[in-house]
Design a protein around this ligand. Sequence first.
Ligand code: NAD
Ligand code: IPM
Ligand code: MN
Length: 363
Amino acid sequence: MQKLDILALGGDGIGPEVLEAGLAVAETVAGRNDLQLNVQHDLLHGAAWDQHGTFLHDETLARAKSADAVLVGAVGGPQWDDIRVDGGPEMQDGLMRLRHALDSFAGLRPARFWAPLAERTPFRPGVAEDADIMVLREMCGGVMFAQPRGQTLRDGVRYGYDTAAYDDREVSRIMRAGFELARQRSGRIVSADKANVMESYKLWRQVADEVAGEFPDMALTHMYADNCAYQMARDPAAFDVIVGCNLIGDFLSDLAAVVSGSLGMLPSACLCDVPVVGARIKGIYEPVHGSAPDIAGQGIANPFGMILSVAMMFRYTVGRPDLQSQIEQAVERVLSAGIGTPDIGGTHATQDVADAVIRELAP
Ligand code: NAD
Ligand code: IPM
Ligand code: MN
């Protein structure tokens, strides 16, 4: 029997609520496929701060490093936003530290159209039906990590600063991941940058072109990120893989969620590489959405983003794309049956949705 060690980090707000739903689906799929899940639970970000005075305890990180897969619910909340701790930028946020320490630089954030949710999108008929976008976000570098950064007094005025920076190694590995993804999809890839005005993006574009030489059968288009956002909103079906830095990828993945009808629908995987189909790789799997403090504790959070993240775990860490497809098809049937949480126009609770997916997975 294949065994899978999972570290489950619910985090804050709705994080533990959606994680529970995702784990229930994972257990169901594992049980039917001769796979044993060994799940350990631990704390992340605000929940860890309240318990340990650190956003990610070293022991939790050690567990994450030895696990096959880490499942994350969501993190954050205003009560922790202004806390500053010693150490680099990664120490200020449990999730950022986790991604950085695991070097899981490739953030795969897919957004597709779901026919039963057509009415939940702002698109007129005929625009978004074929949309199937893969935003590939660089997760371990860029302006969210580079130094120096801080706040100071400069000539009597308060001054806050960050540094946008990438080295060629960081760019080439995310571009290679992008081309590998494109190869497994339509072969089309857009790189979104601000090379018109910023040095780090001029390097980004140069390196992207160099790496493109290794993938002569793939079609690379460069777009300025502002225009890319506009074109995505106008004609989402024209895109396939979109690769961007940590910041641009963050923005564009939330934008892509519009195609799916709710931010709560979007899954993600943070990987150290993009494996060939059927290969196995460690990963962090987390919905794209945040801790949604506005609905936390009500039991109405949309669990599909988490459940679809679990599906990505079966593809990339278990090496079973067929199980990913089974879960996605079950989700589609549940949506078609009109079962969903309020954010997608439904009246159901998180738990009801998870139960419906589990019923649909029945042989
Ligand atoms: P958010 O994603 O938490 O919420 C944005 C909006 O989408 C809210 O109206 C929320 O109710 C809704 N929403 C999000 N997920 C949903 C779900 N699963 N079901 C139903 N509705 C859902 O973003 P925010 O409000 O900007 O941030 C709140 C906190 O979450 C902040 O502390 C932020 O830093 C953090 N955050 C964490 C992550 C993460 O853990 N990966 C991602 C984004 C934001
Ligand atoms: C995300 C979030 C996080 C990020 C925050 C909460 C650190 O927005 O996962 O998209 O910026 O990566
Ligand atoms: Mn985000």
